[in-house]
Design a protein. Sequence first.
Length: 318
Amino acid sequence: MKHLIRNTTLATTLLLGAGVAHADWPGDRPIELIVAFAPGGGTDVMNRTLAPFIEKELGAKITILNRPGASGEIAYTAMTEANPDGYTASSLNTPGYLTMQMDRKVRFDPKKLCLVARIVEDPGSFIVQANSEFNSLKDLVAYAKANPGAVTVGTTGLGTDEHLAMLQLEKSAGVDFTAVTFNGANEARTALLGGHVMAIGINVGEFVGSDHSAFKNLGQFAEKRAVIAPDLPTAKEQGYEVLISSERGIAMGCDVPENIRTKFSDAVRKALDNPEFQGKAKQQSLALSYLSSEDWNREMPVRAERLGAIWKLAKEQQ
């Protein structure tokens, strides 16, 4: 009986301790923000730039952990399997988050993943080496027509915006490219510099916000020219129907108490409104396009339907 009482007391103490930690969120230990892509890419830069401002709003410490691979599935799985105590969040990117669910049975339960906020919507583009013979998408297409399958295009994964841009350009121009997958934009840029691929897909903000003297951009995949790249022609201007962008935001597990998710979401919104952050975002060429959790959730089905139509192109080629 003494052992039973002692064990019961210990269990009660542990439960109370857990309650105290829960009540003290987020001041008692760091929040881990998992980034689904390798260091140096647009997703990584966005989160590392924003994290200090979220910390200021929450009065907490945020540590960044890069978990690249499988178009983000590794990161989403880690987040949804973490303790639902509010100390784990993850970056979230479309189209990869949506298209992976169309392509295969994913290792995480999408119903356990809740959107916190969209931060960026960044148009896609194709770049080549600065000394490349290609000066436009038309040049790239002409070479691909003369050399079927010879044009290698680097992407950050199956179903990512770069991959879907490639599929659209193939269909619109009537050509065939060869996709080569990398863990992040930085790795893809290195491969392009080394001549291992002929072109890579990259978001406009990633291109403009970095040292791009060694590269040349062939065109952006937006409805109209982005504010951050007013001199870069769209694919449509060059005669091709290619429209794709990358949404980047933050998610948490749905099992995390709603009041914590709401507090985290409010902190993100306030951080984005901070003039100092907006100045840094401009320096980094972040294509800021905030959506609340509710608004982003509302848009997801519409985007999924459009991406599903594009994704069929991949299936038709198999």
